[in-house]
Design a protein around this ligand. Structure first.
Ligand code: HEC
Ligand code: HEC
Length: 164
């Protein structure tokens, strides 16, 4: 129970970071009880397939992703539970897409959808920007400046080039 509460706490914290909306916590809880297919970017409800996915890794959330899932290449060492949160609140939200933009429906491990491999290379590119390029720019305001998917994508598949 304690563990469940702390997991809920973390999810609410992620929601808070994403939306700056404290009521997101109660909305999230209600959404878990009554799953619904809608994909409002404001308060993403938990669709049944996410609930099923989380159920399928129950008790293994803290194990490295490669020990829990079948086809992990770039996210080795990431706790399995966190991988799901990254998929939901990182990858999907930052590009403004559904899981099926990168995944074949019903087979998370499949690499048939080319966007999945693109996403892997995007992840490597992002890591390289952070670890090698950004880190070496002097006199930046942040001690540890970082970019992530949202920095470029901002909710869109194709990043903008100009302010219109
Ligand atoms: C922008 C592309 C993208 C989106 C959108 C995306 N994923 Fe992923 N997903 C990936 C990539 C890339 C991997 C493989 C990571 C690796 O190789 O370490 C992955 C791996 C996974 C895995 C592990 C599968 C296995 O057995 O190896 C699961 C489960 C998963 N995603 C679920 C989801 C869910 C649920 C969503 C929607 C909420 C989602 N993904 C949205 C790109 C995406
Ligand atoms: C430095 C900017 C930048 C960052 C950071 C970045 N991307 Fe991209 N991404 C792009 C650009 C540019 C394109 C190409 C868009 C086009 O086709 O013109 C792209 C395209 C994609 C595509 C193909 C989408 C499609 O349907 O055509 C996927 C998937 C993707 N990015 C995922 C990610 C993920 C996941 C992350 C974070 C791990 C990420 N990107 C981080 C700039 C970025």
């Amino acid at each position: 129970m304690k563990q469940k509460l702390s997991v809920l706490g973390i999810m609410c914290f992620i929601l808070f970071l994403g939306t700056f909306n404290w009521t997101g916590c109660t909305a999230k809880k209600a959404a878990t009880e009554t799953p619904n297919e809608s994909t409002s970017p404001e308060r993403p409800p938990t669709p049944p397939f996410i609930t099923a996915l989380k159920e399928s890794i129950k008790g293994k959330e803290k194990l490295p992703a490669e020990e829990v899932f079948q086809n992990i290449k770039t996210m080795k060492g990431v706790p399995a539970g966190r991988l799901i949160a990254i998929m939901q609140f990182g990858y999907s939200r930052s590009l403004g897409v559904q899981c099926t933009h990168c995944h074949v429906r019903g087979n998370w491990a499949s690499d048939t959808n080319p966007n999945k491999e693109i996403a892997r290379e995007m992840s490597l590119m992002t890591k390289k920007i952070n670890a090698e390029l950004l880190k070496n720019i002097k006199n930046l305001k942040s001690d540890q400046p970082v970019v992530n998917c949202t920095t470029c994508h901002r909710g869109q598949v194709k990043p903008a080039l100009n302010i219109e």
